[in-house]
Design a protein around this ligand. Structure first.
Ligand SMILES: Cc1cc2nc3c(=O)[nH]c(=O)nc-3n(C[C@H](O)[C@H](O)[C@H](O)COP(=O)(O)OP(=O)(O)OC[C@H]3O[C@@H](n4cnc5c(N)ncnc54)[C@H](O)[C@@H]3O)c2cc1C
Ligand SMILES: *[C@@H]1O[C@H](CO)[C@@H](O)[C@H](O)[C@H]1NC(C)=O
Ligand SMILES: *[C@@H]1O[C@H](CO)[C@@H](O)[C@H](O)[C@H]1NC(C)=O
Ligand SMILES: *[C@@H]1O[C@H](CO)[C@@H](O)[C@H](O)[C@H]1NC(C)=O
Ligand SMILES: *[C@@H]1O[C@H](CO)[C@@H](O)[C@H](O)[C@H]1NC(C)=O
Ligand SMILES: *[C@@H]1O[C@H](CO)[C@@H](O)[C@H](O)[C@H]1NC(C)=O
Ligand SMILES: *[C@@H]1O[C@H](CO)[C@@H](O)[C@H](O)[C@H]1NC(C)=O
Ligand SMILES: *[C@@H]1O[C@H](CO)[C@@H](O)[C@H](O)[C@H]1NC(C)=O
Ligand SMILES: *[C@@H]1O[C@H](CO)[C@@H](O)[C@H](O)[C@H]1NC(C)=O
Ligand SMILES: *[C@@H]1O[C@H](CO)[C@@H](O)[C@H](O)[C@H]1NC(C)=O
Length: 580
């Protein structure tokens, strides 16, 4: 087989000829967390020619991406997809925004860098559903460990349990507990509020060691300690992959269709992809032996649907020729949804607003440049303490709704997660020295969907992540919101809370949900293992097509999702390589 470097764009008429000598063994669609892990691992074999296409730009050296404190400004921007969901029933018809990474690094380039794995029973359930033993906690812990390069400040400026055995010192992604000069000034107030809670006091735990329920201080964050920069999929896995001569990475290159041969027979085969690059809409085609979709939980099902793989009725209604009827594609979407509580902090507390003061920003920049610490090295800005809890059965029973789903979940699963950030999550308070405290539902019962609006690849998809979509989901979220307000309004936070601006005294909980709900940006499940994918991550009924990314996740984790997508992709790469 001839390997012609740089020959990647063929006119349509030449596709048939090209198939005889597909110039890539593997074509990866999407250069986010999963896609870059796969590009790196699958190209370790120098005989394997790997091409990765990423729709978004290359952010290398852009301080907006590398400086942790600027995370909140990185979306919406050229680095994000900016979707709007359909009207949500439980938000009085409100249409929430959904921004996702559109950049080399994907979500890991624009996220808040929280690094958390959560309850181990989730991974055991992944293994049960998928039939992939390697996804069970006792196995996937090796992949988690291998990814995560641990930094612990010495001395550690707070009391925190750290299970060092579940991290490594040579992993690709730097995972750092916050140094004292990277610790939010709000931290002690928040953690003490939860630790001293009379109703249900928190226990300090390492939520990366398999424990689902507890309070974690000081991050940890995906930050490189040596220079206080974001550690993400492009700078970790991507840079290494890009050095290899058998790898080609094209950014600003958006795949718009997968082409199949053997259509009409039992198993269609993915043969090539169509893509557009830059601002051009002229379509180019590339042939490959195998395609791996890693475009994320919204864009992966979107691309399958555009290519004729999905529910027959939906595709027929849009006039898209059916390649394979796969009814579950685009269903089973789950996300973590949160509701906010915003208050003003005293002027001596540093928040995002402090960064908009040019004098202070220059001081912070000088500190950052000389010490790699200070406010600019704080992700978010200023967002660390993370607390999860399960709602006791007797309280669940008092809600008067069907709580059997949540009650039946393994006992290590929390239902609610609490966090905060030194920034207003609602635009109307952006000018204030504001802090947002929030609570998220982390094991939702209800699921949502991704559908197409039209056969045109340029039209945004129709998305519903189904906010608080069952009676129990809504009741638990409301309970969590009351718990959150109880804390932020208590004496424990009176030092940092000098005036609540949302929801305020006169708003009902229903109104607060309708005006203050948003995504945690953790969508998963739209092309899930077990339902759509087999135990080799292959789309059932199709040859040469795998899906490896957050869409494949069959059960949402109890924590932030990036750590699990890294580990899932590492596990999948091993499975693929073991096949030879
Ligand atoms: C704003 C935000 C904040 C978050 N905060 C956190 C956090 O603090 N901690 C945490 O753990 N997780 C966080 N997450 C979630 C985490 O980043 C995601 O779970 C993770 O990135 C998902 O990985 P993925 O590989 O499935 O998809 P992504 O990382 O989203 O990568 C998919 C890539 O595919 C590209 N793509 C899509 N369609 C095409 C196409 N047609 N052609 C070519 N390329 C395409 C996209 O541009 C993107 O780069 C956050 C996410 C966001 C968006
Ligand atoms: C998202 O919005 C920003 C402006 O807010 C825009 O520059 C960018 O192009 C949009 N992203 C996409 C993928 O369209
Ligand atoms: C996985 O399956 C095993 C065997 O059937 C069962 O004992 C276990 O409870 C299941 N675990 C989860 C988390 O579903
Ligand atoms: C650390 O994590 C491992 C893996 O989950 C677990 O087996 C071990 O018991 C944990 N150690 C402590 C001290 O919690
Ligand atoms: C941070 O350090 C790494 C390793 O030395 C380097 O590659 C990277 O460019 C640095 N980033 C910045 C923004 O200085
Ligand atoms: C697309 O066009 C804009 C505006 O002309 C330009 O700034 C940008 O660099 C172009 N993008 C690419 C990838 O060529
Ligand atoms: C900006 O910060 C400087 C230094 O802390 C302070 O003196 C000044 O009053 C601030 N400016 C505004 C507009 O708040
Ligand atoms: C309650 O919910 C469970 C799980 O979702 C479901 O199986 C059951 O049928 C429901 N019970 C009633 C009475 O609706
Ligand atoms: C918070 O809850 C506690 C315990 O239930 C209660 O005593 C207290 O009054 C509540 N505080 C507020 C501000 O609601
Ligand atoms: C709440 O309502 C009371 C009584 O109508 C009113 O005096 C007060 O100004 C309102 N507060 C806010 C923050 O709107």
């Amino acid at each position: 087989m001839k390997w012609t470097k740089g020959l990647f764009a063929l006119p349509a008429a030449e596709i048939c000829i090209a198939q005889a000598y597909a110039e890539y063994d593997i074509i990866i669609v999407g250069g986010g967390v999963a896609g870059l892990v796969l590009a790196d691992r699958l190209s370790e074999n120098a005989d394997s020619k790997v091409l990765l296409l990423e729709a978004g730009p290359d952010p290398s050296d852009d301080p907006l991406i590398s400086t942790p404190a600027f995370a909140g400004e990185s979306w919406p921007s050229k680095y994000s997809w900016n979707f709007t969901e359909v009207p949500q029933t439980n938000l009085g018809g409100f249409e929430p925004q959904l921004n996702l990474g559109h950049v080399l690094g994907g979500g890991s380039a624009i996220n808040f860098m929280a690094y958390c794995r959560g309850a181990q029973s989730v991974f055991n359930e992944w293994a049960n559903i998928s039939g992939i033993r390697e996804l069970a906690w006792d196995y996937i812990i090796d992949d988690f460990r291998g990814c995560a390069n641990l930094f612990i400040p010495d001395p550690l400026p707070y009391t925190q349990t750290i299970n060092e055995s579940v991290y490594s010192r040579d992993g690709k992604v730097f995972v750092s507990y916050d140094r004292s000069d990277r610790l939010s000034q709000l931290e002690p107030d928040f953690w003490n509020a939860w630790l001293d809670d009379l109703q249900q006091p928190a226990q300090v735990a390492d939520l990366n060691g398999g424990t689902g329920i507890g309070l974690v201080k000081g991050g940890p964050h995906a930050v490189r300690n040596s220079n206080g920069t974001r550690s993400y999929a492009w700078s970790s896995y991507g840079y290494r992959a890009a050095t290899r001569s058998n790898v080609k990475i094209l950014h600003s290159s958006r795949v718009i269709k997968i082409n199949f041969d053997n259509v009409g027979r039992d198993t269609p085969r993915a043969a090539s992809i169509n893509y557009v690059s830059g601002n051009s809409t002229s379509v180019k085609t590339i042939v490959g032996k195998e395609m791996i979709l890693s475009a994320g939980a919204i864009n992966t099902p979107r691309l399958l649907l555009l290519s004729g793989v999905g529910p027959k009725d939906h595709l027929n209604s849009l006039g898209i020729p059916l390649i394979k009827d796969s009814p579950e594609i685009g269903l089973n979407v789950r996300d973590h949804h949160l509701v906010v509580n915003i208050f003003q902090a005293p002027s001596n507390i540093i928040t995002a607003t402090s960064l908009s003061n040019a004098t202070r920003l220059a001081e912070f920049q000088a500190q950052y440049d000389s010490t790699s610490g200070g406010p600019l090295s704080e992700p978010g800005p200023q967002s660390s303490t993370f607390f999860t809890e399960r709602v006791p059965d007797d309280i669940l029973d008092s809600f008067g709704v069907n709580v059997s789903f949540h009650k039946s979940l393994p006992k290590d699963r929390p239902f609610l997660a609490y966090q905060y950030a030194g920034v207003s999550f609602l635009p109307q308070f952006a000018g204030l020295n504001a802090v947002t405290a929030f609570v998220a539902l982390v094991q939702p019962e209800a699921s949502g969907y991704v559908r197409l609006k039209s056969p045109n690849w340029q039209d945004d998809p129709v998305i519903s992540t189904n906010y608080f979509g069952s009676d129990a989901d809504l009741a638990i979220a409301k309970y969590g919101y009351h718990r959150l307000l109880n804390k932020t309004r208590s004496d424990a936070l009176s030092r940092v809370n000098v005036g609540e601006v949302f929801p305020g005294p006169n708003m009902t909980t229903t109104q607060a949900f309708q005006q203050g709900a948003q995504t945690y940006h953790h969508s998963v499940g739209s092309v899930s293992l077990g339902k759509v994918l087999d135990s080799q991550f292959r789309v059932k009924g199709i040859t040469g097509l795998r899906v490896i990314d957050s869409s494949a996740i069959p059960v949402i984790t109890t924590c932030h999702t990036q750590s699990s997508v890294y580990a899932l992709a590492e596990a999948a790469a091993k499975i693929i390589k073991a096949q030879g």
